[in-house]
Design a protein around this ligand. Structure first.
Ligand code: COA
Length: 341
């Protein structure tokens, strides 16, 4: 498999540790019962096919947005790391629903928390965004270019949902999560193996058209529906199930370890059945693969960092443990990051 893959060929001179995490979800909820009133569906259908019971939704009238959720998540991560925002060298924020394309949401979040002068940019790798950002920020620290980074993943999927489309809208929710990573003299800490992959030829299975010219040839979408996420659920399901398994296999193989050596699998929450297929394939106990899709749905870029923060705050993800981050999504993209945190 081609792509950006990494495993240290010689002992690194700089270690990287996870110093703090935080997340933020809006208070507003959409339950399956709410969907039963909006479209022809049922709680039973949604739970059986996806494992989702409810998702969070921003209140635009109250000014909630990618920026406000990210700012709260980052403040919580800084508190957790017992750090001042001024100590951050770099902020990388992964989202498909950032506020504007200029300025990057990361710049305004940096200003909101007081990280004046820290480098800041947004990246887009859909549901894989946080894992892409984590690998990139880690490698910047390990190279010596920076010492401290904030990595954020956030999506306000409610902004791009057609709530009359029952095949798509029942899946997604809003959330933001943040992680602070820092240089350390302990060179056993940081990434053991990682990978970043994409196959743009599969873009038509999951995309967000802004204008008519963005549509695939032969596809018609009424003008008022431009700006809503389009998905071929069956194709994405097939891609996700196969890719998830292959990605875990590839990363473990590169690191020369077994699934049983991993303390926590921090996985993108796209569908409970997809998570379950990986758990069964690799014999992963429930205690090592946290699931929150029942409460939040698929939060795209926000999914992985929210799982990470919930695990850390409940004491299930301790310093020095082996943690495997895995994500896949639109692009199509897929990425992994195996750490001693
Ligand atoms: N309630 C009731 N019926 C629904 C429905 C809903 N919310 N959504 C779709 N259906 C119907 C379809 O119209 C279809 O009816 P038909 O057979 O009369 O045409 C039937 O259910 C089966 O549809 P299908 O799309 O084959 O269902 P599915 O079993 O594949 O489940 C998903 C649909 C979306 C749950 C599933 O494909 C999936 O999870 N895909 C992956 C999505 C994903 O993870 N995306 C993000 C990746 S990061």
């Amino acid at each position: 498999m081609s792509g950006v893959t990494a495993q240290p060929r010689q002992a690194p001179r700089i270690g990287v540790r996870l110093a703090g995490t935080g997340h933020c979800v809006p208070d507003g909820k959409i339950t399956n019962a709410d969907f039963e009133k909006l479209v022809e569906t049922s709680d039973e259908w949604i739970v059986q096919r996806t494992g989702i019971h409810e998702r969070r939704k921003c209140d635009m009238d109250k000014g909630e947005s990618a920026r406000t959720l990210c700012t709260k998540a980052l403040k919580r991560a800084l508190d957790d790391a017992r750090m001042e925002a001024s100590e951050l060298d770099f902020i990388i924020l992964g989202s498909v629903t950032g506020e504007m394309s200029c300025p990057a949401t990361a710049c305004r979040v940096g200003a909101d928390v007081g990280a004046v002068g820290a480098g800041a940019l947004d990246i887009i790798a859909a549901c894989s965004s946080f894992v892409y950002g984590l690998n990139m920020a880690h490698d910047m620290i390990r190279s010596g270019a920076i010492r401290t980074a904030a990595v954020l993943g956030c999506d306000i999927m409610s902004e791009v949902m057609d709530y009359t489309d029952r095949g798509v809208s029942i899946l997604f929710g809003d959330a933001a999560g943040a992680a602070i990573i820092k240089a350390t003299d302990d060179t056993t800490r940081g990434i053991i193996a990682s990978s970043l992959h994409a196959d743009g030829s599969g873009w038509k299975d999951l995309y967000l058209p802004r204008r008519k010219r963005d549509l695939p040839e032969g596809v018609e979408v009424p003008p008022e529906k431009l700006g809503y996420l389009q998905m071929n659920g069956r194709e994405v399901y097939k891609f996700a199930v196969t890719t998830f398994g292959r990605l875990i296999e590839e990363t473990l193989e590169k690191a020369g370890i077994q699934a049983s050596d991993v303390d926590q699998f921090v996985c993108h929450q796209s569908n409970a059945r997809i998570l379950e297929s990986a758990r069964t394939k690799f014999g992963i106990p429930e205690s090592k693969l946290h699931v929150n899709i029942d409460r939040y749905g698929n939060c795209s870029g926000g999914s992985v960092p929210v799982v990470l923060d919930e695990l850390r705050k409940s004491g299930k993800c301790q310093e020095g443990e082996i943690v495997l981050f895995v994500a896949f999504g639109g692009g199509l993209t897929w990425a992994s990051s195996l750490w001693r945190i």
